[in-house]
Structures are given as structure tokens and as C-alpha cells.
Write a protein that binds this ligand. Structure first.
Ligand SMILES: [Fe+2]
Length: 384
């Protein structure tokens, strides 16, 4: 099985909103999207088709389960037959979580299982419209919601959360500031590399992962530094390709650790997983060097062999971070060594319990995680 939403793409594809099925539409978004006038663009197109529209615009960065519950309450009252997530990963993820709870208020979000069928699509359909280029949530099986009690980021997954439709209008993402283009673009790279080496990798997902990786190396720096529209458009599509890849292959410890660093030390997701990626590549050297060599060949890197592939790829990831002005060190992502050292026990616990760590090609033990964190403190490549 290969899961993928129906995709409309290209400048002007937002007009497809007027052709979506649904008479009662709940739009899930945040205040910034409203200020930018993007919400109004969607509302206008929904009104054209005569739909009743309700807006939930209370999504915050790193959204909590309480926000998703509030949105689900509004859905229960309004009874939509279409739920649209409009915004970055946070809005799209809250739309997914509310979509889940709207149909299944009897199941706690934290009890969602990737192996279960919940009948979610019988009550409403789910459409996602990204305004950033990174999360891949518009095409993915998952959503990340913060548990209010523990502060832990819950990586929730269920195949019915793959949206029915994703609308990729790159012009919606042109308003992203350079820093956001940099961090979200790094997230694309990490999704695609982790999906390519994940232990569920497969022929179909490989194809889209490789295209996403090529696009990042070709266009991310240009997108960040110049705001070139073609570069930003390519990155917008690469984000979705990488989302499709991770949905069908899985992720790995760059996300397991990245979620923990994000939750405990408040680092933006893309910067957190980007920082971890080179270490994750090195940690998986023995299981994945042949796969790294395939990536390097697809990127046209000369002189690559299985012996030097790990170092070359991790160096390329670090170098790309430098070129987009994110120094690949703890300091560079805004974390003090002292805080990081103190957080190691909790970071270890969160990382090994993160569902994304499961599909890592090399299983990381508790000791491995602790050792990886020590190496990060010393800014030292993984050699064990
Ligand atoms: Fe991610």
C-alpha cells in the first residue's frame, strides 16, 4: 500500500477550494494567517460555493492537546462535513487531531494507534493547505501534539490522517521570512534522508525521497538567501514529497531526538532535527552506508564510496546548515551546554519513547542515546 493525498499544485491552485466537496466547513488556522489575509482568501472561495464556514484560529506554535480538544468541541457543535487545516505544521496538525476526535471522542489522542482503523472519513473529509514548506503534514500520516501534563511531544500516527486533498499553492509560502524558510527547509531534508534509510523504506517512497533530497541541495540555499520564487516553489513541493516519503517509510532518531530537544529546550523543529541529522547519519553508518552512497550518487557527488559515504553525507548536511546561516552546534541552535547537560536524562527518556525512533535502521538503546548526547556536547562526530 502506498498512501498519498490527491494533490493540486501550482500558483493559483488555491482556487480549487471552491470545488471541494462539503457544505459545512471548519477551517483550522492561527492568528498570523488571518493577519496575512490568507484565511480571507480561503473563506472567499468557500463562500463562492455557498458553504457555511466556521473558523478556529486559536492554534499556537507547538500546539497542545487542550487546543486540539477545544477545536474538536467546536467541530462537535458545528458538525462540519469538511475540515480544512490552513497554515504551517501546527495548524495542519491541530486540524488532524480535531478531525480524529470529532469522529472518535471515545479514544484519547495519546491512545491513537497506527495499526487501528477508526472510520474517520465517514463523518468529514480532511483537506490541508500548507503556508510553509517543511512539515509535510499535508501529505503525512501523522501529527505532533504536545501533551499538556508531561510537556512531551506526542508523535501520533494513523493512516486515516493522510488528508484526502492537499492544495500546494506556492504563493501562500512566499511570505515566509528567510529564517523560517531555512528551518522548515532543513526539516524537508531530514524527512527525506530518514525516510530513505528507514527500515520500512521501499521502491515508491525511495523515488520521492531522492527527488526531495535533490531539490533541497539545489534550491534551499537560494530560497533562503534570495527569496527566488522558483526556488521557493520547488521547496514547497519538496516538502510534500518528503512528507509522502516519511508516511510510507517512517523516520528515525533525528526526529526522535529532535522532538525531545524541541519539547524540552524549545528549539524550532527544523533547527532541532537539522542539528541532529549528521549525528543520526553517523550513528546509522553500519546499517545504511550503501543507502548513503545511493543518495550521494543521486546528488552527483564524485569520489563517493561505501567507505567515505557516511562522512561525506554528514559533512554535506552540516555544510548546508552553515550556508543557510544555522550553525550546526548546540550554541548555533540556541541551547546552552549547561541546560543541555542537565536535560540529558529526560532527553534520553523522551527520545527512546518517541514513535519515530522505531523505524531507525539501527536501534538505539538507552546507553546509545546518552552517548549521542555526550558527543553532541563535545561537538564530536559519532564513532561507535
Ligand atoms: Fe519533521
Amino acid at each position: 500500500m502506498f498512501k498519498c493525498p490527491q494533490i493540486y499544485y501550482g500558483t493559483g491552485s488555491l482556487d480549487r477550494v471552491a470545488g471541494l466537496k462539503g457544505d459545512q466547513v471548519l477551517v483550522v488556522t492561527d492568528k498570523i494567517i488571518k493577519q496575512l489575509g490568507l484565511l480571507q482568501e480561503v473563506e472567499k472561495r468557500l463562500q463562492q460555493k455557498g458553504a457555511q464556514v466556521k473558523v478556529f484560529d486559536e492554534v499556537e506554535p507547538d500546539p497542545k492537546d487542550s487546543t486540539a480538544a477545544k477545536c474538536a468541541e467546536l467541530a462537535a457543535e458545528f458538525k462540519p462535513d469538511l475540515i480544512i487545516g490552513l497554515g504551517g505544521g501546527s495548524s495542519m496538525d491541530v486540524a488532524k487531531a480535531a478531525f480524529f476526535q470529532y469522529k472518535r471522542p471515545d479514544v484519547k489522542l495519546c491512545d491513537m494507534s497506527a495499526l487501528e482503523t477508526y472510520g474517520l472519513k465517514s463523518k468529514a473529509s480532511l483537506v490541508e493547505i500548507p503556508t510553509t514548506s517543511g512539515t509535510g503534514s499535508e501529505a503525512s500520516v501523522g501529527c505532533v501534539i504536545t501533551d499538556s501534563e508531561s510537556g512531551r511531544k506526542l508523535s501520533l500516527a494513523c493512516f486515516e490522517l493522510v488528508p484526502d486533498v492537499a492544495i500546494l499553492d506556492p504563493s501562500l509560502a512566499f511570505k515566509m521570512p528567510p529564517k523560517l524558510r531555512a528551518t522548515t527547509g532543513l526539516d524537508v531534508l531530514v524527512h527525506a534522508v530518514e525516510a530513505y534509510i528507514a527500515n520500512l523504506h521501499n521502491y515508491f517512497a525511495d523515488t520521492v525521497a531522492i527527488k526531495a533530497i535533490q531539490t533541497v541541495f539545489q534550491y534551499l540555499e537560494k530560497s533562503v538567501k534570495t527569496g527566488d520564487e522558483e526556488a521557493m516553489e520547488r521547496m514547497h513541493y519538496a516538502a510534500t514529497l518528503a512528507g509522502i516519503a516519511m508516511t510510507n517509510s517512517g523516520l528515525g532518531i533525528a526526529h526522535g531526538i529532535g522532538h525531545s530537544v524541541g519539547a524540552l529546550l524549545h528549539v524550532p523543529h527544523g533547527a532541532a532535527v537539522g542539528f541532529v541529522l549528521p549525528y543520526a547519519i553517523e550513528f546509522c553508518a553500519d546499517t545504511s552506508k550503501e543507502r548513503y552512497l545511493e543518495i550521494l550518487k543521486a546528488l552527483g557527488v564524485s569520489g563517493a564510496t561505501t567507505d567515505n559515504a557516511t562522512k561525506k553525507l554528514s559533512d554535506m548536511a552540516r555544510d548546508l546548515m552553515v550556508r543557510i546561516q544555522i550553525t550546526p552546534t548546540l550554541k548555533g541552535i540556541g541551547v546552552s551546554e549547561d541546560k543541555f547537560r542537565k536535560a540529558i536524562p529526560e532527553l534520553t527518556e523522551f527520545s527512546e519513547n518517541d514513535v519515530t525512533s522505531i523505524t531507525s535502521p539501527r536501534n538505539a538503546t538507552t546507553q546509545d542515546f546518552k552517548k549521542i548526547f555526550e558527543y553532541m556536547l563535545k561537538n564530536k562526530p559519532i564513532d561507535f
